[in-house]
Ligand binder design. Structure first.
Ligand SMILES: Cc1cc2nc3c(=O)[nH]c(=O)nc-3n(C[C@H](O)[C@H](O)[C@H](O)COP(=O)(O)O)c2cc1C
Length: 189
């Protein structure tokens, strides 16, 4: 039985170690369609949902992302990634890449991208599929292979990388939701 919405919101956490198991095609279809049900400003829907199961492509994206991060003058981020295992994608064998179109005023598309990503993460959690919203995936597109990857992932013209969502099954049972700070809620009556 899928988790209901409140259960899925409470159960979701960022998984940072995936097994080799790829989610079933039918589950991936449900998750991708849940993404498309997301709201967007003025219903512009300037997004695509690219479900990637090709290991070579995922490996190539990861290698290029790490290479681009390593080339930063400030090596803080690279050192942080190396300290936690040297992986951008945590062995995930499946990911959804969200390319996004440009909006006027610029930047509004980022809200839409975040919302579609969360729809995907919650739909996956509800189906028992672990996930992680991966902003660092943008670094795979930050160097000389930008156009090559856009082509391999079939981005429409003018679309840029938004976010990726890693999908799969946790390799261990260590992960758990973060502790919410309930003091951040105020009711004003
Ligand atoms: C827009 C966005 C981008 C993120 N990018 C990454 C990422 O590239 N790598 C990563 O390990 N976690 C990433 N995260 C996960 C956050 O680190 C995580 O949500 C946060 O630490 C809270 O933990 P939780 O998701 O387990 O509740 C991202 C989260 C969001 C919302």
């Amino acid at each position: 039985m899928p988790l209901n919405t409140i259960e899925a919101i409470r159960a979701r956490y960022s998984c940072r170690g995936f097994s080799d198991q790829i989610p079933a095609a039918e589950d991936l279809r449900l998750i991708a369609e849940a993404g498309l049900a997301a709201p967007s400003g003025m219903n512009r829907q300037l997004w695509r949902v690219i479900v990637v199961k090709n290991k070579q492509l995922i490996d190539d994206l990861e290698a290029e992302g790490l290479k681009n991060i390593a080339a930063f003058p400030d090596n803080g981020l690279y050192a942080h990634i190396m300290a936690r295992g040297g992986k951008l994608f945590y062995n995930a064998r499946c990911m959804i890449v969200i390319p996004i179109g440009k909006t006027e005023p610029a930047g509004a598309e980022l809200f839409d991208c975040g919302i579609i990503a969360e729809n995907i993460a919650l739909a996956a959690t509800s189906l028992g599929i672990n996930n992680l919203i991966c902003g660092l995936a943008a670094f795979s597109f930050a160097g000389e292979k930008n156009n090559e990857f856009k082509q391999r992932l079939d981005f429409p013209p003018g679309y840029e990388i938004g976010l990726a969502i890693l999908l799969g099954y946790a390799a261990n049972t260590g992960g758990k939701p973060h502790e919410p700070d309930f003091s951040k809620i105020k009711f004003i009556e």
